[in-house]
Ligand binder design. Structure first.
Ligand SMILES: Nc1ncnc2c1ncn2[C@@H]1O[C@H](COP(=O)(O)OP(=O)(O)OP(=O)(O)O)[C@@H](O)[C@H]1O
Ligand SMILES: [Mg+2]
Length: 332
């Protein structure tokens, strides 16, 4: 792909976003409107005020963004909430080795080209060119799974706001065009080293696990009405997988959400009977696929989860799910 020509000097370009005066807010609105959108986003996610502020500040500064954090740490939730509240076009793409440059950029419809010739209207835009033309957000999840060839394609649009497509011509980014990428900081199968050239063109927002109270609130929100002790227990067990010495990478709040809803449905299938063994089964179902056991450990993921459950039982005492309630109890 040839590098695009620099735009004319009278078309101000800053980080790939043309036509905007430096103090003009995002989404073409006014400052008060931007602040309202910011507050709306804050209201739709649990906690995360630093991260939401940083992402908004980056967008107001017309920067492209890299969100870095372990799985399940609100990256997609925040980006979707921002795009929704701003009411801007939003393109969500999963990074993978199969994401070829033409899937990002678009391609000429081969049937039409064969019948006719390379006409501009036969070009089918990809998410990158669509986001550029619409001034929208292109969100690339697990960016570091993309091929270097596809990742490099983003550099000129990020830097200059334009891209040249052979036989089609130039696509110019409208104001608001933003690339947001996410990656998790752990080396994993299928990830690639992100190039320095790319990293030099983004600002990075670090995401980490939220505190216990916020995770309880997230589980309440996502799993729906539940026994508070069940939620507390599921969150504590999940959090303990992150500090367990036998586990290299613990589970995210997704696991706690899964535990709560599986326990609830297991009890439903036992005619409403609340059984302590359902908690252990749900934990194994929810956690064993998500944790990454340290290589030196000679134990199965199921055994490790049992150990973690026991640690949580000791820590929570009477706050543990069904503690002191005998072996079985009927759901009220
Ligand atoms: N701050 C939050 N407020 C409300 N829900 C949240 C929050 N953080 C996470 N969740 C919920 O937890 C789950 C995982 O969050 P999300 O998909 O945003 O994580 P992620 O960082 O994008 O993960 P991955 O790196 O695996 O893509 C979702 O169900 C989401 O609704
Ligand atoms: Mg995500």
């Amino acid at each position: 792909m040839p590098r695009a020509k620099k735009p004319a000097p009278d078309a101000p370009v800053e980080n790939g976003q043309s036509e905007a005066a430096p103090d003009e807010p995002i989404a073409g609105g006014r400052v008060e409107e931007t602040f309202q959108i910011f507050q709306e986003v804050q209201g739709s996610v649990v906690g995360r005020s630093r991260e939401v502020r940083e992402i908004f500040a980056a967008m107001l500064s017309r920067k492209h963004i890299l969100l870095e954090g372990p799985p399940g740490t609100s990256k997609s939730t925040i980006v979707r909430a921002i795009a929704h509240s701003m009411n801007v076009p939003f393109h969500f793409i999963e990074g993978s080795i199969d994401l070829t440059p033409s899937k990002l950029l678009g391609f000429f419809n081969p049937g039409k080209v064969l019948k006719d010739s390379y006409l501009r209207e036969y070009f089918e835009m990809g998410p990158l060119t669509q986001a550029m033309e619409e001034g929208g957000v292109l969100y690339l999840e697990e960016f570091n799974r993309m091929s270097a060839e596809s990742a490099n394609l983003l550099i000129t649009p990020m830097e200059e706001g334009v891209i040249n497509i052979p036989r089609y011509g130039q696509v110019v980014a409208r104001k608001g065009f933003t690339i947001i990428c996410s990656q998790n900081p752990y080396d994993d199968v299928g990830t690639l080293q992100v190039s320095r050239a790319f990293l030099d063109r983004v600002v990075r927002v670090r995401m980490d696990y939220q505190d216990e109270a916020e995770e309880i609130e997230i589980v309440d929100l996502r799993a729906g009405e539940s026994d508070p002790r069940l939620v507390k227990t599921a969150v504590r067990i999940t959090r303990l997988t992150r500090s367990a010495p036998e586990i290299k990478l613990g589970a995210s709040v997704r696991a706690a959400i899964d535990i709560v809803s599986i326990v609830r449905n297991l009890s439903l299938l036992s005619d409403g009977e609340l059984r302590p063994e359902d908690l252990a089964d749900a934990c194994k179902m929810a956690l064993t696929s998500k944790i990454w056991v340290a290589e030196t450990i000679n134990a199965t993921p199921e055994e490790l989860i049992e150990r973690v459950i026991e640690r949580a039982r000791k820590e929570l005492g009477s706050d543990f799910y069904l503690a002191g309630a005998g072996d079985k109890k009927k759901r009220s």
